[in-house]
Structure formats: structure tokens, C-alpha cells
Design a protein. Structure first.
Lengths: 282, 371
């Protein structure tokens, strides 16, 4: 009992902090469900004066933003961009990580150091030459172009994370496979890959959120035409075009957040593991 | 496991025709050619098609993953044809090759090319020496951008790490509700920076005086008797209102990472300090912080790098107007608005230089870990 009491100020502080942290998002959500007229004439907190009055809630904003404002298309485009951008880097990085962890070749150390160095590099550095290259190859504004770009930008971290995991697999297992006559490829596909699923899952979620939430790469390589725009660039365009149209902006923003929030809540464990694995040293 | 491996190495009789002898060599040559043709078709298809988008996506997944796997299988097969010794030396490069190739194309080559372009003019036709860098380091616009970046770096990193640390330690003590509290504070990390910007733009929104305020901040201010402000146009304070957004986003991240480290502090150490009579504050500064120093530095550098690259928030909120410009946003504008590729490249290189200390730190850590 006394423990609870002495803890009380702590608990209250944390409740206040958690409240402050969620407040902005709640404001957005509530506003997105209010009719345009209400949004423009009163603060969202006023809904609590009469929370059960049905007339003050509406789905019209969502209806409108999904169709007229092209958010529905953008949503599909985001899926189309994100999923391959997750799957392809993982495949390529897994092979490379395995090689770095369990194979010998000249220059291995140096190459790995280069990969690690490239992890922090700002991708702004690649944009201008890549843009030009893409124009020559006719890849500008294509989905293929952006898949490859995200693969390129995500590879260093992918290789690093997967390497960290694969290299920590018990040596005896790898050795016994080798002794049994398995080729390196078989060892990789039948043994290492299945065992690496936790690391792969962590990176997959990390990369998924990163690509889904990205704005810069989408703006540069995909553009803002309605056939290809993703949710982030669409939302950014809406902010620019319809600055004070909060009924549209709040609903649109929430649509961009829907999938990340679901992924986050359902798969937190893996996500956090990926982050902590990459950041906490020894 | 042993059974599975042995089984795989004894393929069925029919298939064995393809895996032995001269037929094997022929197959090993035809398959790559076929694969290449399929790949080329799909490349063009995916690039040009006005075709149904879902179809393109499906093709991408099948080809992307399938092709990558096929590539590895084929090259591995080819390598197995080579005499034993050579095969073993070459094989690792089969595994590592595609990754290295992509890294070269998307990171190494562009890096070198950007450095090269930074010494040329807007259209990359005339050599101008260090003129772009001089502009970047002396023009009034750029000086404001530098000042702002400095504000971002200091305040975001300072607050994020401190708040993250304090909250991590606090949350560690409240037992059952810890995961819930952590989730709530971490939540903004899942949202895109664009989404976060819309949220906070709404909070900062301003209505001229007699009208009721719909933005949270102004309504609090007017409730307390003040006048509503256009927070985002108030120089230089507007920068801080942008900085708050990033603090809101990143604190949860710092908290989660630091929390893992804090839980790693051995209980015996804490107990010993308590027995010696130290109070919680002394324990915090004298035991916990020194123990997790490494993590704190790592988190600080990670946040610093994220802040340097920050583009979304400024782009969406103010587009750099009213003295809120930052380097990353300016670089984007040089590229797409002013079409000055020389200056854009110079700015990109400046960003890179700013990040080099962190790069060296990371590399050194890796080297030590591998030793």
C-alpha cells in the first residue's frame, strides 16, 4: 500500500505525459469525424459537451477525401510501392549477410566496413545523379524506379541487421551442415534463412513503416501525378493546395496513418526489437 | 535436419539427367539466357505499361523475388561447374555481388558524381570551382538555414535524449502499466512526418480575433486572456514550434532504446548503492547514467543524424518561409524549384560532411565489435 502511495506522484506524472502525447492525435481523429461547418466554427474539444449527439459526427470527410481528393488511389499506390520495397531488399540482403557472416573472401572486412559507413549517409547525396540516370533510362515516375531506389537506400541497414543476427547463430549448426555435405546454398536456404525469421521480421516492419511514411524519395522519383502519387505526397500536396480545409486534411492525414498504426499495434514487439538491436551496443 | 540435407543431395532419377554430364552444361547456359529474356521483358513491362497497376505489382513481386532467387540459384549452379578450388573462391561473390552492385549504383556512384557536380554550374555545363560552396556558406539565406539547423540539432537532440532518459527511468518503476505507457509515447514514431505535421499545423492554427479558435494552442492562450497568434509566422519563435513536432515524434524512440539499456543495469549495483544510503537522485546520476553512457551516445548520434536530414516537417509546415529554412529543405528547393543542380549538389555534400563524424564513430564501433 505504501509502495502504491509513494509511487503515486510518479504514476500521475506519467499519466499526464501520456495524455499530452496522445492529445494531438486524438484532436485529429475527432476533427476528422466532424462536419466541415463545425470544424471551422468551434474547437474539437467542444464535442465533449454533448458526446452522444449523433448530428455532430459524420463520415462525409472520409468519403470526400477518398474519392474527390484521390486519397483512395494514393492508398493503393502506397501499397504498391511499399510491399516490393520491403521484400526485394530483404532477399538481397539475406544472401549478402550470410556471405559476410559465414563465408570467406578477400576484402570481406573492408567491404563490410563500407556497408556500415553507408548506413548513415544522407540520401540527399544520391538524388541528383540518380534523377539524371533515371531520366536517361526512362525510369522517372515509374514504380520500378522507386522500388529499386528504396532497395538501394535500405540495403546497408538490412545487411547490417541481418548480419548481426546470422553471425550470432551457433557455429556448430553451420558446421554440422557442412560436414553433412550440404552446399553453402542449401545451408543458406534450408537452415540459416528459417532461423533468421525474427531478424527478417524486425527489418521488414521497420522498412515497411519507413517506406510507407517516406516523402522525399516519393517526391523525387515518383512525382505527384494522380496515377502514381502515394499517400504522403498526396497529403503534402493537399496541405499546399487546401491550407485551411481541415475537414479534408484531418481525414486525409488519418488515412495515411491507418496502416502504420495497425502495423505498429499488431507487431510492436518485432519493431522494437529491431530498433533496440540496432542501437544498443554491448 | 541431417535427413533433410542428405535427401536433397539425391535428386530423383529423372531429374538427374539434367544435373550430370554435358546436358547439365547446356541447361546451365540456356536457363540464364531464358531468365535474362524474361527479366528484360518484365523490366520493360513494368516500366512502360499503362497496364493494370495491380498486375504490375504482382509481376513485380513475382519477378522481383523470383528473379532474385533465380539469379542466385543460376549463378550458384554455374559456379558449381567450376573446379573445386575456384568455385569456392568465387561463390561468396555470387552471394554478395547483387548487394554490392546495387549499393554501388545507388550510393557509391551517386556520391562521387554529386561531389563532381558540386563544382559545376546550375546546368552542370560550366566549371565554377568552389563558387557553390561559397554561396552555401555565406549567402544570407543559407546563414539563416545554418542557424536554424543548429537550433534543431541542439534542441531536438537535447530534449529527446533527456526526456527519453527521464521517462525511461520513471516508466521502469510503475510495473504493470509500463508497456501501455511506452506504447503511447512511442506512437508518434509510427506516423509519417507529414501526418505529424498536419496534426500540429491544426494545433497551431489561427483565427483572427473575434472568431472562436479552433487550434488547441490559440484556444489555451485566449482562455488565459492572451491574443491569438499566427505561431508559424512569428520569427524566430516559429522554429521552436517546428522543433516541438520532432521532439514529440522522437522522444518515444529514445525512451524505448534507453529503457532497454536501463533495464540492463545490474540489480546488485543498484542494491549496493541503496544500502550505502544513496537516494534515488544520486543513484540516477552516479550509477545509472555512467552505466548506460554508451547507449546515450549512440542514441544522441542517431538523433543528430535524423535531425540533419529532416525535410518533411519544414517542407509541409512552412516550406522554409519566414526564416524557417533548413539545409535539407533548401537542397530540395535548389533541385526542384530553382533547378540549380550545382548548388543542390554542394548542399548535399555539406550534409554529408556534417554526418561524417557519426560515420566514423559507427565504423569504429563495428571494428571493435568484430575484433
Amino acid at each position: 500500500m505504501s509502495r502504491f502511495l509513494s509511487n503515486l506522484p510518479l504514476r500521475i506524472t506519467i499519466i499526464i505525459i501520456a495524455f499530452i502525447w496522445t492529445l494531438p492525435t486524438i484532436g485529429l481523429l475527432i476533427s476528422s469525424l466532424r462536419p466541415q461547418i463545425d470544424i471551422q466554427s468551434s474547437g474539437w474539444w467542444t464535442v465533449f459537451e454533448h458526446p452522444f449527439e449523433i448530428a455532430q459526427w459524420t463520415l462525409a470527410n472520409y468519403q470526400r477525401v477518398l474519392t474527390t481528393d484521390a486519397m483512395g488511389d494514393a492508398f493503393l499506390n502506397s501499397l504498391l510501392v511499399t510491399i516490393p520495397s520491403v521484400v526485394i531488399p530483404i532477399t538481397i540482403a539475406a544472401f549478402a549477410a550470410y556471405a559476410f557472416a559465414w563465408m570467406e573472401f578477400p576484402g570481406k572486412s573492408l567491404l563490410f566496413v563500407v556497408v556500415v559507413g553507408l548506413m548513415v549517409v544522407p540520401l540527399q547525396m544520391s538524388l541528383i545523379p540518380l534523377l539524371r540516370l533515371y531520366t536517361q533510362l526512362d525510369l522517372n515516375g515509374t514504380f520500378l524506379g522507386i522500388w529499386l531506389a528504396h532497395t538501394g537506400f535500405g540495403l546497408p541497414l538490412a545487411v547490417f541487421l541481418l548480419y548481426g543476427y546470422i553471425s550470432s547463430l551457433p557455429e556448430e549448426i553451420i558446421e554440422s551442415a557442412r560436414v553433412d555435405g550440404a552446399s553453402p546454398l542449401t545451408t543458406f536456404t534450408r537452415l540459416v534463412l528459417p532461423l533468421s525469421v525474427p531478424a527478417i521480421a524486425s527489418f521488414a516492419i521497420f522498412q515497411f513503416l519507413w517506406v510507407w511514411n517516406d516523402l522525399l524519395v516519393a517526391l523525387v522519383f515518383l512525382g505527384t501525378k494522380k496515377e502514381v502519387t502515394v499517400v504522403t505526397s498526396r497529403l503534402a500536396a493537399l496541405v499546399g493546395e487546401r491550407g485551411e480545409a481541415w475537414h479534408v486534411l484531418t481525414a486525409g492525414a488519418f488515412i495515411t496513418m491507418l496502416i502504420p498504426l495497425i502495423v505498429f499495434f499488431a507487431l510492436q514487439r518485432y519493431f522494437v526489437r529491431g530498433l533496440t538491436a540496432g542501437s544498443v551496443k554491448g | 535436419m541431417e535427413e533433410a540435407v542428405k535427401h536433397e543431395e539425391q535428386p530423383s532419377k529423372a531429374a538427374s539427367i539434367f544435373t550430370t554430364g554435358p546436358l547439365r552444361i547446356i541447361v546451365s547456359l540456356i536457363v540464364p539466357v531464358l531468365a535474362f529474356l524474361v527479366l528484360r521483358w518484365s523490366f520493360i513491362y513494368m516500366r512502360d505499361a499503362d497496364a493494370n497497376k495491380l498486375l504490375i505489382g504482382l509481376v513485380a513481386l513475382i519477378i522481383g523475388v523470383g528473379a532474385v532467387w533465380a539469379l542466385y540459384l543460376i549463378t550458384d549452379n554455374l559456379v558449381s561447374l567450376l573446379p573445386q578450388g575456384i568455385g569456392d573462391t568465387v561463390r561468396p561473390f555470387v552471394f554478395v555481388g547483387p548487394a554490392l552492385a546495387i549499393l554501388c549504383m545507388y550510393l557509391v556512384y551517386p556520391l562521387l558524381r554529386t561531389i563532381y557536380l558540386s563544382f559545376f554550374d546550375a546546368r552542370s555545363e560550366t566549371f565554377v570551382g568552389v563558387e557553390n560552396y561559397i554561396f552555401a556558406l555565406t549567402s544570407p539565406d543559407m546563414l539563416i538555414a545554418f542557424r536554424n539547423n543548429l537550433l534543431w540539432l541542439v534542441f531536438v537532440t537535447g530534449f529527446v535524449v533527456s526526456l527519453g532518459l527521464i521517462i525511461a527511468v520513471m516508466v521502469d518503476r510503475i510495473g504493470r502499466w509500463e508497456p501501455v505507457a511506452k506504447s503511447i509515447i512511442f506512437l508518434p514514431m509510427a506516423i509519417s512526418a507529414v501526418g505529424a505535421s498536419v496534426i500540429w499545423k491544426f494545433i497551431y492554427s489561427f483565427q483572427p480575433s473575434p472568431r472562436p479558435q479552433i487550434g488547441l494552442l490559440n484556444s489555451i492562450v485566449t482562455a488565459l486572456g492572451g491574443d491569438p497568434q499566427g505561431w508559424l509566422i512569428l520569427k524566430p519563435w516559429n522554429n521552436f514550434f517546428l522543433i516541438i513536432i520532432m521532439i514529440w515524434i522522437l522522444t518515444g524512440f529514445a525512451m524505448v532504446v534507453i529503457s532497454a539499456a536501463v533495464k540492463g543495469v545490474p540489480a546488485e549495483l543498484l542494491e549496493a548503492a541503496r544500502i550505502d544510503g544513496a537516494n534515488e537522485v544520486r543513484i540516477f546520476f552516479g550509477v545509472i547514467i555512467p552505466y548506460i553512457r554508451g547507449t546515450l551516445i549512440t542514441i544522441a548520434t542517431t538523433v543528430l543524424i535524423m535531425v540533419l536530414k529532416i525535410f518533411d516537417i519544414v517542407y509541409v509546415m512552412t516550406s522554409g518561409q519566414n526564416d524557417t529554412e533548413v539545409i535539407a529543405n533548401r537542397m530540395f528547393r535548389e533541385m526542384f524549384v530553382f533547378r540549380n543542380f550545382g548548388r543542390g549538389s554542394a548542399l548535399a555534400i555539406l550534409l554529408l560532411i556534417a554526418v561524417i563524424p557519426a560515420m566514423i564513430y559507427n565504423v569504429r564501433n563495428i571494428r571493435e565489435a568484430r575484433r
